[in-house]
Design a protein around this ligand. Structure first.
Ligand code: SAM
Length: 335
């Protein structure tokens, strides 16, 4: 069994991202239980491939034990490392939104160390081959062998302020990924961002193995997207113009994922936001077939019904950006 630590901004979104992604990869899976943002699950498939796609996951473990915090020092006696494991190991502890008491943490580490030591295994705190962690979530302790982690610093390096072309309009790469994954788009499928700005969604989509097509009404944005994509060694088909110009280009797309302007006239080129969103839903209706998905960031719940008769809102998740701005990550299906 696996334990997956999800990131904490919005656990419901992180869980939805995980499940859509598991299905998109064709992995058979079962979520066995959860403790806060720690999910216990079984799946058949390549764990590194899964973790390489997720935006809101942190660490994946092979579970050695789960049990209540109050009995952990007794329970430790029955925990062993997987048969055949050799080399060096280190043991750590951490709490998710909670903490082990200081002496508890060292008692668990000592007790686990005693259990694990056997011929062929030695402790190496600096550069261990295996990292074993006791993770406290709510009042449950999971002891697991760390298999892989999402590299958060790598995600942060792709934040808009770290790209060669900058404009303060782009959501964090982890949310771009979550939105892409909600659509269930498969590797090699066509992903269209018709209002691509600086290319944040295109960059993540291309890294995740999608065939990306981008467009923006502003030439400088399209040039900037190209520059940003090239900076990461990526490529996408790019167009300049109003999104409706794409209708005649015979594009082969499987889903649309975009983060439209939120209302300031500068980013809508002067167009009234309601008119723009209405046109946009009609455009998406013309580009997508029945059952295909639209992943859309909306600035308020008042826009949820604009999809009208062509789209149904399947799921939505709120992300608080700051006091006066909450964004809604929405998954629509073409009817
Ligand atoms: C919030 S930004 C997109 C941010 C983008 N996800 C990024 O990573 O930078 C919205 C973009 O929509 C573009 N836009 C506005 N009206 C448009 C239209 N009618 N057709 C195409 N693009 C449009 C704006 O120029 C702006 O770059």
């Amino acid at each position: 069994m696996y334990a997956l630590e999800l990131s904490g901004e919005n656990v419901a979104l992180a869980k939805a991202e995980l499940e859509h992604c598991l299905r998109a990869l064709g992995f058979h899976y079962e979520i066995v239980g959860s403790h806060g943002r720690l999910f216990l699950l079984d799946f058949q498939g390549d764990a590194v491939l899964l973790m390489g796609r997720l935006g809101l996951a942190r660490s994946l473990y092979e579970v050695l034990h789960t049990g209540p915090e109050r009995t952990i020092l007794d329970d430790v006696k029955g925990i062993s490392l997987p048969e055949g494991l050799s080399g060096s190991f280190a043991i750590g502890t951490k709490g998710l939104g909670t903490k082990f008491e200081e002496d508890m943490s060292s008692k668990i580490k000592d007790a686990l160390g005693q259990e694990f030591l056997r011929p062929g295994l030695k402790v190496d705190l600096d550069d261990p081959e295996h990292y074993i962690e006791a993770v406290l979530a709510n009042d449950t302790v999971m002891v697991g062998r760390l298999l892989t982690q999402v590299d958060r610093s790598e995600q942060d390096e792709r934040k808009v302020q770290n790209r060669p072309f900058f404009s303060p309009i782009s959501i964090h790469p982890k949310f771009c990924r979550a939105l892409i994954n909600l659509t269930g788009v498969g590797t090699g499928d066509g992903l269209l961002d018709p209002m691509c700005g600086t290319g944040g969604i295109l960059i993540e989509g291309a890294l995740m193995g999608m065939r990306c097509v981008g467009n923006d009404i502003k030439e400088d944005m399209v040039k900037g997207s190209k520059e940003n994509l090239q900076y990461y060694g990526l490529d996408a088909e790019l167009h300049i113009g109003d999104f409706t110009d794409l209708e005649s280009k015979g594009l082969d797309v499987d889903c649309i994922v975009t983060d439209p302007p939120y209302g300031r006239a500068s980013t809508t080129s002067g167009e009234d936001i309601e008119k723009l969103y209405g046109r946009f839903f009609r455009f998406c209706g013309s580009m997508l077939d029945k059952g295909q998905k639209l992943g859309l960031v909306l600035p308020g719940e008042e826009w949820f019904s604009l999809g009208g008769r062509e789209f149904v809102l399947e799921e939505h998740y709120s992300i608080r950006i700051h006091r006066s701005l909450t964004r809604h990550l929405c998954l629509f299906t073409r009817l």
